[in-house]
Design a protein. Structure first.
Length: 166
């Protein structure tokens, strides 16, 4: 994917078309340095220029140049915000973009356990959401439980916790 997901538009803010965004990045303050974003709606990515960014304790408030009213802003509620992949922050060891992990096939003892549908966090750590048989399984995304991540063929090798997939 050529884009990186960095936020979810939760709702509008004020009457002049501002958007309240839930940041999906480890560095929410970097919104202030971003000039352009892409908003995905119905599978189409449209580019917008950022006019203003304000931080709150839990959210980011963004004003886009072309959005002037609450009615226009309402069209973007529950849409995701992306940046061009080349603008992504450099990653450290054991850091991955969620877009790169989603879609990976998960293996235990060279047997496919399923496909990663999502990466979610419940507070303690990130978890892989794996489509396994006819259900979804949450597996800890931790060095302790993962032997190898190979992004080129999109494969993750885990050392399963005894009976975890039973």
């Amino acid at each position: 994917m050529k884009y990186l997901k960095i936020g979810l538009i939760k709702k509008t803010h004020g009457l002049r078309g501002e958007l309240k965004i839930l940041p999906l990045t480890d560095e929410p303050s970097r919104y202030k340095s971003i000039k352009n974003i892409f908003i995905e709606k119905n599978g189409i990515f449209n580019k917008y220029v950022i006019e203003l960014v304000r931080e709150t304790p839990n959210d980011i408030i963004v004003k886009l140049f072309s959005i002037e009213s609450i009615e226009e802003a309402n069209n973007f509620k529950n849409c995701y915000i992306y940046i061009d992949r080349v603008e992504g922050l450099p990653l450290n060891d054991w850091e991955y973009y969620s877009e790169d992990i989603i879609g990976c096939e998960v293996f235990y003892n060279n047997v496919s356990m399923g496909i990663v549908l999502d990466l979610v966090n419940f507070g303690a750590n990130d978890n892989l959401v794996i489509e396994y048989s006819d259900r979804e399984v949450f597996f800890p995304f931790s060095k302790f439980y993962i032997d190898k991540i190979d992004l080129e063929p999109k494969k993750i090798y885990i050392n399963q916790i005894e009976g975890f997939f039973d």
